[in-house]
Ligand binder design. Structure first.
Ligand SMILES: [Zn+2]
Length: 241
């Protein structure tokens, strides 16, 4: 059986980093395929290792009656008397309408032979097969139908600001700074009020832009630089401007 990080999450609680990673795993999995070698790291049904797409989607009828849906590729591979035999373990006899699908599966398996070295992961979005953050960002943006070009990456990451300042700006742009309103999302009930002005709720945009204290500070900085300034709707828009 293959132990992968593709296990689904069933519990409604918990917000750990690993949980976030697991939620994104199905998307990530769409971008990788495997080069078959030993077959010990590849899930026979769930990973893409034999042509386009995983076998569970290409042969759904056989997958539905498979005895072990988490089987590794090497567990389905047998060498007896110098003959190679693939065994797709199924839980019952085949029905007439399942025979052709089963035959097709065995046919493409026959051409495969295991090797001694480890299985290799290939990143499908790059020609070299190596992972790159840029290609994955493009993939996620295209899928979410969002415009990556609207994110002020140059203004945040391509400056001379220290990394911790750039990272804080990045957090502010995504409104991920740990303000009081975030506690309610985490199930903690707190009275939400800005401790700077006591006039509004503490949110990322309020704390960094709209609150009178930072607003006056921004006015002073822009005034010193001789820049006419109109307050933006959010931290992200402000950085873009
Ligand atoms: Zn305030």
């Amino acid at each position: 059986m293959v132990k992968s990080c593709g296990s689904r999450i069933y519990t409604p609680h918990g917000r750990g980093l690993w949980r976030k990673i697991l939620i994104q795993w199905p998307r990530f999995q769409q971008c990788i395929k495997w080069n078959l070698c030993r077959g010990n790291k590849i899930s026979f049904w769930e990973d893409e290792w034999l042509g386009e797409g995983c076998l569970m989607r290409r042969y759904p009828r056989i997958y539905a009656i498979a005895q072990n849906k988490k089987i590794a590729v090497e567990e389905a591979y047998r060498v007896t008397k110098e003959k190679v035999k693939w065994s797709v373990f199924i839980s019952r006899n085949l029905n007439d309408w399942e025979i052709s699908e089963y035959g097709d599966l065995l046919k493409i398996l026959e051409a495969q032979q295991l090797k001694t070295n480890d299985d290799l992961v290939v990143w499908k979005l790059e020609k070299k097969g190596e992972f790159s953050v840029t290609s994955y960002c493009r993939f996620l943006c295209a899928r979410d139908d969002t415009d990556c070009s609207s994110f002020p990456a140059v203004q945040i990451w391509m400056t001379k600001a220290p990394p911790r300042i750039a990272f804080f700006a990045w957090e502010g742009c995504w409104e991920k700074i740990l303000t009081i309103d975030k506690f309610s999302v985490r199930g903690q009930i707190l009275i939400n009020g800005c401790y700077c002005c006591f006039q509004a709720e503490e949110t990322c945009n309020h704390l960094l832009l709209w609150c009178p204290m930072p607003y006056n500070l921004w006015c002073m900085v822009h005034g010193l630089l001789g820049i006419e300034w109109v307050i933006a709707g959010s931290v992200g828009m402000e950085i873009c401007a």
